[in-house]
Design a protein around this ligand. Structure first.
Ligand code: ADP
Length: 291
């Protein structure tokens, strides 16, 4: 009988072991021009790896290829050494869970029903959700700060609330790896930090593998162990977070001016985008004769 993993004694869901994700020479085109070009990366169990880059640089496409949504790629994409396009959706969904950018639901499910969808990779035929499934779904909602939303219609939640629910659905899959595509884009600062604190706990304590795209470079600086900076579908820089979030890398790839400094409180980097006016003032100051 297919095993359904239950909650661990301490009330923590028994997550799968972290799984290694790799791509090698990965290229992908929707039409003719490649959107990903020879992307090679690896994410190991226990790591949080960030993917950053301008709009349209290929971040979401990369997540979709890694999660098996887009399978017509060239090169190699592996989960635990197995080529993603050779795994069934069910096999892949037991190892890798995705929090996509789009979280809108076409149907008026309750939040709990949405989270229970995360149990489908373990279901048998058309069987009903088991008591264990419901327990795990409730645990996932609790961990995601969304337990109070369980009975609500998913279509009537705010975007930030819906993101928490979709994160809970991913947790209910009890995956070994999480692929997060801008998972906090609609959340207020409290929930951004709470979600990434949870993600850090899942990586550090449970050994889960995490790949996350983010636009907020300060969240990237705080939470990511390593970063891949992508521009026009290519990896333009990669390595430990502090080595990638440099003034030179960011201004070149994002084509805008930034201020990068160390946050005295945390010792991590902080990145402040400069407005047009701030840039003008800076260049005036540079031109002004020094007394
Ligand atoms: P990012 O997540 O970095 O903003 P995406 O991966 O969403 O970038 O998009 C990369 C490029 O692929 C963009 O130029 C985008 O317009 C294009 N693209 C995305 N989805 C499709 C699609 N379904 N069909 C054709 N082109 C697409």
């Amino acid at each position: 009988m297919a095993s359904v993993r239950h909650l661990a004694p301490e009330g923590r869901a028994d997550l799968a072991n972290g799984v290694r994700l790799t791509t090698s020479g990965l290229s992908f085109s929707y039409v003719t021009d490649p959107v990903l070009r020879e992307v090679s990366l690896e994410v190991n169990p226990g790591e949080i790896v960030g993917v950053i880059g301008p709009n349209g640089s290929g971040k979401t496409t990369l997540v979709k290829v890694l999660s098996g949504v887009l399978s017509e790629y060239s090169g190699s994409v592996q989960v635990e050494g197995e080529e993603v396009c050779n795994l069934s959706h069910r096999q892949l969904a037991r190892k890798v869970a995705v929090v996509p950018q789009e979280t809108e639901s076409a149907l008026p499910f309750t939040t709990l029903e949405v989270v229970l969808m995360g149990r489908h990779p373990y279901s048998r035929g058309l069987s009903f959700d088991t008591a264990a499934d419901i327990e795990i779904a409730r645990w996932a909602l609790e961990r995601s700060g969304a337990a109070h939303l369980a009975a609500r219609n998913i279509q009537r939640l705010s975007s930030g609330e819906r993101q928490r629910v979709v994160f809970a659905r991913a947790l209910a899959q009890q995956p070994g790896a999480l692929l997060l595509d801008e998972p906090t884009s609609f959340m207020d600062i409290r929930y951004q930090v709470e979600l990434y604190d949870l993600v850090r706990g899942l990586a550090v304590e449970d050994g889960i593998t995490v790949l996350t795209t983010l636009h907020d470079l300060n969240l990237a600086a705080e939470y990511c162990d390593r970063i891949y900076l992508i521009g026009e579908g290519c990896v333009r820089a990669s390595g430990p977070t502090d080595e990638v979030l440099t003034y030179a890398n960011l201004t070149e790839v994002f084509e805008t001016d930034v201020y990068v400094d160390t946050n005295d409180l945390t010792g991590k980097l902080m990145v402040i985008p400069l407005s047009g006016r701030a840039r003008d003032e800076l260049s005036q100051r540079r031109k002004a004769p020094t007394r």
